[in-house]
Design a protein around this ligand. Structure first.
Ligand code: DAS
Length: 356
């Protein structure tokens, strides 16, 4: 009788100690907040065979977290549903709302890292916008998936697990906004969606910063362009974004499109062929827009591999135009909008395009 009482007491004591140890271990874990915006990573298809036919932006953030019990060993995780939309439908207001929430959370002492789940279509734009405007050294990791969670070999769960691991790791601090897709850690500035149907969709012409395998990050490079804490742009001081649109260059392009798209805007990004080339019939149209006060920014439509030099394809000094350096047209638009909240001076804009 006494023996069984003693054994029960010992078992209870052991359970209490185990519980206390678990609570202590949980307390020691970093705090990571997942801000969910929608996309395929929150998508659902009719059957496991549907890897490309599905509805995006269906699964709520709490269900995404519940589907990954492994996260409990990585961080103390909580979720917020900021939006539930497919990212092709993002607006400037969505960008501002999301960035302001990221900035507010980053200021909180009880937040060690932030993950943003996002559709892949405009993920590169949001990641760059956060990189330019959120003043924190804490890890911010943007993550998506190419297949919905209902599909065979879905990639979202591992991408999200990787994102939380990176957001929870101190060695991810100070590297700017990061993107974890397909086992790689990419710079939010450099990365773009280069393939629209494979899980290895996200590429950068400068390569990934590192890899993440079984929750451990392996770093090989760090960004050199200005970002987050070094940025002169601060989301807490931005209330609206200037109108900047993109005109695509291609064979037989009608000059009239440039006036139609660029008229009245703060800037027009030209997605030029090759080295940011401009059709001869388009030059006068762009010069007219410039004389009407529209900034002209030459980018290249070449997929993930642009590099536009001043005065190479066009006399940018003479025309008072800006070149987008290595930024693709959609990223050039993001930087132009942010830069134009501070300056309309061409030389200042060009400095910003070299530095960010
Ligand atoms: N429609 C796409 C988007 O929301 C789905 C995705 O790839 O996330 O960006």
């Amino acid at each position: 009788m006494y023996l069984s009482y003693r054994l029960r007491a010992l078992a209870a004591g052991a359970a209490l100690m185990a519980g206390a140890a678990l609570a202590q271990a949980q307390q020691a874990l970093p705090n990571v907040v997942i801000l969910a915006t929608g996309g395929t990573i929150a998508g659902a298809g009719a059957s496991a065979a549907n890897s490309a036919t599905y509805a995006a932006a269906k699964v709520p953030v709490d269900k995404l977290i519940a589907g990954l019990p492994e996260l409990s060993k990585v961080a103390t995780v909580r979720g917020e549903q900021v939006f539930q939309i497919a990212s092709e439908s993002f607006t400037n207001d969505n960008l501002l709302t999301l960035a302001k929430r990221v900035s507010a959370l980053a200021k909180q002492a009880d937040v060690d890292g932030i993950v943003v789940t996002h559709g892949t279509d405009t993920l590169e734009e949001t990641a760059y916008f956060l990189n330019l405007t959120v003043h924190t050294a804490k890890p911010i990791v943007v993550v998506g998936s190419m297949r919905p969670g209902t599909a065979l070999s879905a990639d979202g769960a591992l991408n999200l697990y990787d994102a939380v691991n990176v957001a929870a790791s101190k060695d991810a601090s100070g590297k700017g906004v990061l993107v974890t897709m397909n086992d790689e850690i990419q710079s939010g500035r450099d990365v773009a969606k280069a393939i629209n149907i494979k899980t290895e969709a996200f590429k950068s012409q400068w390569g990934p910063l590192g890899m993440i395998v079984e929750g451990k990050s392996y770093w090989f490079r760090a960004p050199v362009k200005k970002h987050t804490m070094q940025s002169e742009f601060d989301i807490d001081q931005i209330t609206t974004l200037p109108a900047v649109d993109i005109a695509y260059g291609y064979g037989n392009v009608p000059a009239a499109q440039y006036e139609a798209i660029g008229k009245g805007k703060a800037a027009l990004v030209h997605a030029g062929t090759g080295n940011g080339s401009v059709a001869d019939r388009a030059v006068p149209a762009l010069q007219k827009l410039r004389s009407d006060g529209v900034q002209i920014i030459r980018s290249s439509r070449v997929n993930t591999g642009g590099f536009v030099l001043r005065n190479a394809e066009q006399p940018d000094d003479k025309y008072d135009w800006v070149v987008a350096h290595d930024l693709n047209p959609q990223k050039a638009r993001i930087l132009a909008m942010v830069a134009l909240t501070k300056t309309r001076d061409t030389k200042e804009l060009q400095r910003i395009f070299w530095e960010y």
